[in-house]
Design a protein around this ligand. Structure first.
Ligand code: C2O
Length: 533
């Protein structure tokens, strides 16, 4: 293993897209941002210097951060922001993981432009558990607004209304193609007969996406930096925060083939519904040859989404066993809902809120991690949700109890306890799939169903053998998802919907995992340059 040093300067940069130029927040002037390369077991030292007028934090999405919660990054959960003119070194080791992840800003909506890939290669001498590709390509999917994204966010907060949707989806920064804007869209160059490992990352702010290519199926081999059984598919579904590695065989002799990203939503309202396309181009193909196209899943293609998600399984080989917790110490049930609360200064006298178990999370003024570590009172309460869950017909359309209260409430877990969370989606106000992300852990997605979770019957249907292991999972509209994990990482760990608009509205909470008693079971002390509020 080695130490890898990266210098990340946060700087403004003028970027032109969709016939317009705007100044965006970037790392080192790049959009998407620079790729972090590592091998399993490497020590990453990322020095961040903030040269912009915004407070900034960075998060290494999916990196376990064993004992280094100080480097995790969500603002006011594990750290105070890096203020203008200040710097902070994120120092962490990649342990027991290999594959593709992403890094992104974790404050306000800065992740719209502050994001990039993390590529973790297996240990030297350890092969991939699939045929070695000839080449690897990173494809970062994103969303582009013509307006300034911080202004879009602030307007939504002030009015209490949904934010303006983005103007285009992007592949490696390319919307497209856009007539008269000299944008050709993204091009993927391939050579006939070769195989490619595509590292696909959804770094979009609010949209779940389908990714597909004309006349080229893909073989998924890994999601969220966990190997899967190989799955052959014509359409990949990927939510914000999720990553998918897939093998592409360039089986044609020549030609041009469409690549498309299109959004998914059960009830298609309030999202950017535009498809963006790029082109897969074989070497030797003449410029004028036509592009072969394909059918694109409609916005509400729930069957396409379900069949992809349900097909995923952990590799569960001798080298990469699925260590699923078989007994559960903490069995939790979280409802996910979107509602309205009174707001005297808002446009309609109400504002949109989102909640877990009817609690809309309020950000504290210092980080929960510091309050926990230094025993500072008055920052949070460890009584999440704070009352017995309010039962209602979760998957009905109302009238229902969607009354939401505010609180900075956490749930405390003893070291190495086993946890099951049933995430129950609801259909009230915003019937949609919620890509839910847990920091600090991978979890096993042991079950999923439509309707209300049945605690007596449904657990018998759980897959406890080879469930897919991930860090972000969709909770279906009017349905539920069950996850299990080992609380073997001391610290404060955020759980939230990775649709940033829902995080803004309060769809988030945190776990505190206590120190263990063993020699390597406690949180390390904070670094000397840890930012202050
Ligand atoms: Cu990818 Cu809490 O974030």
């Amino acid at each position: 293993s080695m130490v890898r040093h990266y210098n990340f300067s946060v700087v403004m940069k003028n970027v032109t897209k969709l016939c317009g130029t705007k100044s965006i927040v970037t790392i080192n002037g790049k959009f998407p941002g620079p790729t972090l390369y590592a091998r399993e077991d490497d020590n990453m030292v990322v020095r961040v210097v903030n040269h912009v007028q915004y407070n900034v934090t960075l998060h290494w999405h999916g990196v376990r951060q064993l004992r280094t919660c100080w480097a995790d990054g969500p603002a006011y959960i594990t750290q105070c922001p890096i203020q203008p003119g200040q710097n902070y070194v994120y120092n962490f080791t990649i342990t027991g993981q290999r594959g593709t992840l992403l890094w992104h800003a974790h404050i306000t909506w800065l992740r719209a432009t502050l994001h990039g890939a993390i590529v973790i290669l297996p240990k030297r001498g350890t092969p991939y558990p699939f045929p070695k590709p000839d080449k690897e390509k990173i494809i970062v999917l994103g969303e582009w607004w013509k307006a300034d994204t911080e202004a879009v966010l602030n307007q939504a907060i002030q009015t209490g209304l949904p934010p303006n949707v983005s103007d285009a989806h992007t592949m490696n920064g390319h919307p497209g193609p856009v007539p008269n804007c000299s944008s050709q869209g993204y091009t993927l160059h391939v050579e006939s007969g070769k195989t490619y490992l595509l590292r696909i990352i959804n770094a979009a702010v609010n949209d779940e996406l389908f990714f597909q290519m004309a006349e080229h199926n893909l073989t998924v081999v890994e999601v969220d930096a966990s190997y899967t059984k190989p799955i052959n598919t014509d359409s990949i579904f990927i939510g914000p925060g999720q990553t998918t590695n897939a093998l592409l065989t360039a089986h044609k002799s020549s030609g041009k083939y469409l690549i498309a990203i299109s959004p998914f939503m059960d009830a298609p309202v309030g999202l950017d519904n535009s498809t963006s396309t790029g082109t897969l181009v074989y070497s030797g193909t003449t410029l004028s040859s036509p592009t072969v196209s394909m059918a694109i899943p409609p916005l509400n293609a729930t069957p396409v989404e379900f069949s992809f998600i349900d097909s995923l399984r952990s590799l569960n080989s001798k080298e990469y066993p699925a260590n699923v917790p078989l007994t559960i110490d903490h069995s939790l049930f979280f409802t996910i809902s979107v509602g309205v609360n009174p707001c005297s200064t808002c446009v309609n006298g109400t504002r949109l809120v989102a909640a877990l178990n009817n609690v809309s999370f309020v950000m504290p003024n210092i980080s929960i991690l510091e309050a926990h570590y230094h025993n500072i009172g008055g920052v949070y309460t460890d009584d999440f949700p704070g009352y017995p869950p309010i039962p209602f017909n979760y998957t009905g359309t109302g009238p229902s109890n969607i009354q939401t209260m505010n609180g900075t409430r956490v749930y405390r877990l003893p070291f190495n306890s086993t946890v099951q969370i049933v995430l129950q989606g609801t259909s009230i106000i915003a019937p949609e799939n919620h890509p839910t992300h847990l920091h600090g852990f991978n979890f096993f997605a042991v079950g999923k169903g439509l309707g209300n979770f049945d605690p007596v019957k449904d657990p018998f249907k759980f897959n406890l053998v080879d469930p897919v292991e991930r860090n972000t999972i969709g909770v279906p509209t009017g349905g539920w998802t069950a996850i299990r994990f080992w609380a073997d990482n001391p610290g404060v760990w955020f759980l939230h919907c990775h649709l940033e608009v829902h995080t803004t509205w309060g769809l988030k909470m945190a776990f505190i995992v206590e120190n263990g008693k063993g020699p390597n079971e406690s949180l390390l002390p904070p670094p000397g340059d840890f930012p202050k509020c």
